[in-house]
Design a protein around this ligand. Structure first.
Ligand SMILES: [Zn+2]
Length: 185
């Protein structure tokens, strides 16, 4: 596995539409392993291949799963602790979305340190090919639903800041530029 540099907005590569993967090969799995390692190191909970410059319809996500017995624990911190739960999505498609929507604060590894609320369907059903090349369908809600919709936007060259007003988006891009200038000085 290897860590890969994450592209930062407004890098034009992030605007590219990613191409479908024809078959899940060992090479695809190597890319997914690299993506997961890069995401964990960042740290983040989701990453699309285009964020490391690969225009392929591949996403990795880990929103964690509850530890066994966490419900019974009296310790509030323990309840919030999660076990790792890496998920891999190749060629994901949303086959159903709820009419009900939810506002959720989002961030992005390609838009570092900036957060803003975005409205999206509360629940979605996603069809995809998994790590082993098997076609699957899952229902997503909560954090996973938000995360997968955010990552699937990346496959179309869309960032979460593109869901905001032009004014807000330009303000955020300016902040990013300023942060980068500080880093290079
Ligand atoms: Zn993102």
């Amino acid at each position: 596995m290897a860590l890969r540099p994450i592209l930062i907005a407004p890098d034009p590569v992030l605007k590219q539409v990613s191409l479908p993967v024809t078959a899940v090969t060992d090479e695809t799995r190597r890319l997914m392993d690299d993506m997961l390692e890069t995401m964990y190191a960042a740290p983040g909970i989701g990453l699309a291949a285009i964020q490391i410059g690969e225009a392929k319809r591949i996403i990795v996500i880990d929103v964690g799963k509850d530890k066994p017995g966490a419900d019974e624990s009296d310790d509030e911190d323990k309840k919030k602790e999660k076990d790792p739960d890496p998920m891999y999505f190749v060629n994901p498609e949303i086959v159903w979305a709820s009419d009900e929507k939810v506002m959720c604060e989002e961030g992005c590894l390609s838009v570092p340190d900036l957060y803003e609320e975005v409205e999206r369907p509360t629940r979605v059903r996603v069809r995809f090919v998994d790590y082993h090349g098997k076609q699957r369908e899952i229902d997503c809600e909560g954090m996973l639903a938000v995360c997968i919709q955010h990552e699937m936007d990346h496959l179309e060259g869309v960032l979460f800041i593109d869901h905001l007003s032009r004014l807000k988006r330009e303000m955020m891009l300016k902040k990013l530029q300023k942060a980068r200038k500080r880093e290079t000085v």
